[in-house]
Design a protein around this ligand. Sequence first.
Ligand SMILES: *Cc1c(COP(=O)(O)O)cnc(C)c1O
Length: 353
Amino acid sequence: MGAGVLNTYPDLLPVTSATPIITMGEGDTPLVRSNRLGRELGCTELYFKLEGCNPTGSFKDRGMVMAIAKALEEGTKAIMCASTGNTSASAAAFGAYCDIPTFVLIPKGEVAMGKLAQAMIYGAKVIMINGNFDAALGMVREFTQRNDVTLVNSVNPHRIEGQKTAAFEIVDKLGGAPDMLFIPVGNAGNITAYWKGFREYQDLGRSQALPRMMGFQAEGAAPIVRGEPVARPQTIASAIRIGNPATWNGAIEARDGSGGVIDAVSDDEILEAYRLLANKEGIFCEPASAASFAGLMKMHRQGMDLSDKRIVCICTGNGLKDPDLAVSSSGGQTIEVPANIEALEAVTIGSES
Ligand SMILES: *Cc1c(COP(=O)(O)O)cnc(C)c1O
C-alpha cells in the first residue's frame, strides 16, 4: 500500500532505531495469475510477479532503498554503482530523493536508452566506460575501497536484504511458497536474495515448503551454466549481459539447496517469451525479464510436467525502458489511412470479409 519495504518488514531487515525509514513506494508489486499462457503449458497455477511496477521500473528499488537507508545511517557522502542500466536508474532516483551525490558507471553503448534517460534526468553523474559491466564493477569496487563513497551494487549486502522482501510478498499473497520460482540470472544477486527470503520465512514458520529455484541465464552470457567466466558476454538481454557474476556462489547455493537448476536460454527463446508475455498476457517486460518465462517454456518443451504445480515467474523490469526493441521485434506494421470512416472500415472490419 505504498508503505515501502522498510515499513512493511522492519523486523526482518537490518533496520535499527538509527535507520531512516525512507520509501519511494517500492515493493508490494502485483502477483498476477496467468490467463492464457499457463493453460497453454498445462500449468495449473501460473503467476507473474510484476517487478516493473516498482518506482523506477525494476526490482532494483527493493535493494536500493535498504542500501541507501544504511548509507544514510552511516553518514555517507556519495554513492556509486556499476550498472547495465537498472541499478543506475534506481541509485540515481534514491540519490535524488535523499539528496546524495550519485555516480554511475555504465558500459558504453550497452545500456537501453530508457535506463540511461532515467539516470540522467534524476541527476546522477553518468560515466561511460569503454569496457563491459564486469570491468565497470571491478572499477567501482576498487574506487569505493580507496575513497569515502558507498558502493550500492548487489555486492553491498544490504541490497540482498532489501531484495529478499519479494519472496516474503509471494508467500504472504499465496499463503505458502510456490513449487517453483523462475527467475533471470545476471549478477546473481536476485536469485540469492529470493532464496534467502524463502528460507527465512520457512524458519519463521510462515511457509512449510521451499520452492525449486529455476534460474536462467542468456546463452551468450551463461558463466554459471558453463562453469567458468565468459570474457565477452553477448545477449540482447542487456540486464543479464554479465560474464562473471559477483554472487556466483549464492546462485549455486540456491540451485543446490532447492533441487533447482541454472540453465541457459537463447536470445531467440528470450524474444519469443518477450512477445508472448506481451501479446498473450498484456505484460510488457524487458527482454532480460522474459528469460524466466523462456526458461519455463524450455522446461515444458523438455517434458517437465507442470500440472498441479504452482509456479511463479519473476518479471524483473519494465519493457518501456527499451521501446525501440519492442517496435522492431513486434513484427507488427502500422497501417496508414486517409482521415475518413470508409477507409477505416476497409482496413478493419472490411479486411475480415
Ligand atoms: C538486474 C536485473 C536482472 C538480473 O538480476 P541479478 O541480480 O543481476 O541476477 C534481471 N532483469 C532485470 C530487469 C534487471 O534489472
